[in-house]
Design a protein. Structure first.
Length: 274
């Protein structure tokens, strides 16, 4: 009975999340501040429900639930909602919350409606350790920062094209200026790269200790270090080569899609990683 109630509550959260995204989309199309406020309060309620679910999982499982792909997706969605609320509160950049939560909603829907896999839960209980916990947490936080950085780059490209075509209007005024968009996107990557590096180092250390069949050439390890190299190259070009403008935004967007491939696809070919 309790499982049915939790399932229905998850579905209710998805409905609220969808309504929030729809109101943000209406605001995006019609510059409607009332719709923006409704969307914000719906999103805040979604965050409260998600945080409550996380707390319940922690109590029931006696661990932080991030050790399977489905748990990781849920935490990823929660990170995106949290970041978007903080950005909305402190930076006051319109549309960033909308774009962030389109991605967050998709991830939340995948988590909610994907078939349950009991074996994954059993596996998670077998691999619990503080080392693994820090590894997964650092990696997902890094992915969250890269995701927000990607959205700022998308907004940069949109704003750049609007200004180049001289399409002045309310939408141009509500999107931040190009320098601010580029700087925030860069700062998020600056924090994301060391977090990912820490996560990879701890993950490799855990694998060496816990897995006698550990392979350095495992696809997940290789692809994760490729993601790290791509984002490090992005920062190098931004700092040392003084690369600016739309080209660096496009490079950041391409880096994000490489990260998505690593997160969702490559793990299927790993010998020990989800």
């Amino acid at each position: 009975m309790q499982d049915i109630f939790m399932t229905r509550l998850h579905e209710f959260t998805i409905i609220l999340y969808a309504l929030s995204v729809l109101f943000y989309f209406f605001d995006f199309m019609h510059n409607n501040q009332r719709a923006n406020r409704v969307a914000f309060w719906l999103l805040l309620f979604v965050w409260i429900l998600q945080s409550s679910f996380l707390s319940i999982y922690i109590v029931e499982m006696n661990r932080f639930p991030i050790l399977t792909i489905m748990e990781g997706l849920y935490f990823y969605s929660w990170v995106l909602v949290t970041f978007s609320l903080v950005i909305n509160k402190w930076l006051k950049i319109d549309f960033i919350v909308f774009f962030t939560n389109v991605l967050g909603f998709v991830i939340m829907a995948i988590h909610t409606f994907a078939p349950a896999r009991d074996s994954a839960v059993i596996h998670a209980e077998q691999v619990v350790s503080e080392l693994l916990f820090i590894h997964v947490t650092a990696a997902i936080l890094a992915y969250g920062m890269f995701t927000i950085s990607f959205i700022f780059s998308v907004l940069y490209c949109i704003q750049y094209d609007l200004l180049k075509q001289k399409k002045w209007g309310k939408r141009v005024m509500r999107i931040a200026d190009l320098a601010k968009l580029e700087h925030i996107s860069y700062l998020l990557s600056v924090f994301g790269v060391p977090l990912l590096l820490i996560g990879l180092i701890l993950g490799v250390q855990w694998a060496i200790i816990q897995r006698p069949d550990f392979l350095w050439y495992d696809p997940k390890i290789i692809s994760s270090f490729i993601v790290l190299l791509v984002y490090s190259s992005f920062l190098y070009l931004r700092v040392s080569k003084k690369l600016r403008g739309k080209n660096v935004a496009l490079l950041n967007i391409a880096s994000f899609f490489i990260m998505l491939i690593n997160f969702f696809l490559v793990g299927n070919f790993s010998t020990f990683h989800y």
